[in-house]
Design a protein around this ligand. Sequence first.
Ligand code: UDP
Ligand code: MG
Length: 313
Amino acid sequence: MISLIIPCYNEQEALPIFYREVKKVLLSMKIEYEIIFINDGSKDDTLSILKELASADAGVSFLSFSRNFGKEAAMYAGFCNAHGDYVAVMDADMQDPPSLLPQMLSILDSGEYDSVATRRVTRKGEPAIRSWFAGCFYRLINRISDADIVDGARDFRLMNKNMVDAIVEMSEYNRFSKGIFGWIGFRTYWLPYENVNRVAGETKWSFWKLFKYAIDGVINFSHVPLNIASWFGILMTVISFFAILFIVFRKLIFGDPVDGWASIVCIVMFVGGVQLFCMGIMGQYIAKTYLEVKKRPHYIIAESNRNDADLVR
Ligand code: UDP
Ligand code: MG
């Protein structure tokens, strides 16, 4: 059996198109399936569309969150509740082409790989500035983190049960799936494809939301920013050692006229700035730790057509 996990946030326009296409592909594959839609607190008619789909097709079920918890939480809910031998995550907007599924399945069936992941080789149709920042992010994170994060990688991948279990096992609250997939390892086949634009509706990711997501990725998968404080500390110590020598010799040679207040103010401000910056970095890590320690649920299911005993909350 194959399980498809579809996070949906305000996808009323895209959902009917997506369902029609994916159903066609699944039928042609002649395989038992379950499609799990996760309604991530949509404010439009997504939920009522999902209810209709679920009542018409026994292979469709939905989990509806009590509010918007984010795509990461929606994917986690899907992983926790998937029963298939193979599990795939897909966007509802057709940017993850369902037509790739048969090929992905046959690669997994050969038994050589544990997952088939997709990678966009183009970013056609995306604003240039967004692509540029994305490129910078991938270069940075791969230098400073030990998780292997591939540029252009989508969350769209088909995995076997072993891998899904490993993901569910990683129950951290601050989730960054691209990093988690890389961190757990397993044998992954990369399937390249050309970027496809959204069929309907709008992207839910503003630049600011993506920027914060990128910072999350760095903090969750690297400790390098914390080391910045130590390096700054060492650098400042070396500089001040030479500065002290300079001032002592100047006093011995030229006496001590009253000057240099401007340089003192500059130095005090510079050191203060560096210290605040380093404290800010530490604060980021402490905030994440605080959230992690509180052990709040990742998501809250308000409604579902699955029976209560089966639900992993
Ligand atoms: N999504 C979600 N919760 C959110 C934001 C997005 O479940 O808070 C879903 C959305 O419905 C879609 C997928 O995540 O199925 C990817 O979102 P989108 O297409 O807006 O992102 P993009 O492809 O532009 O990066
Ligand atoms: Mg999309």
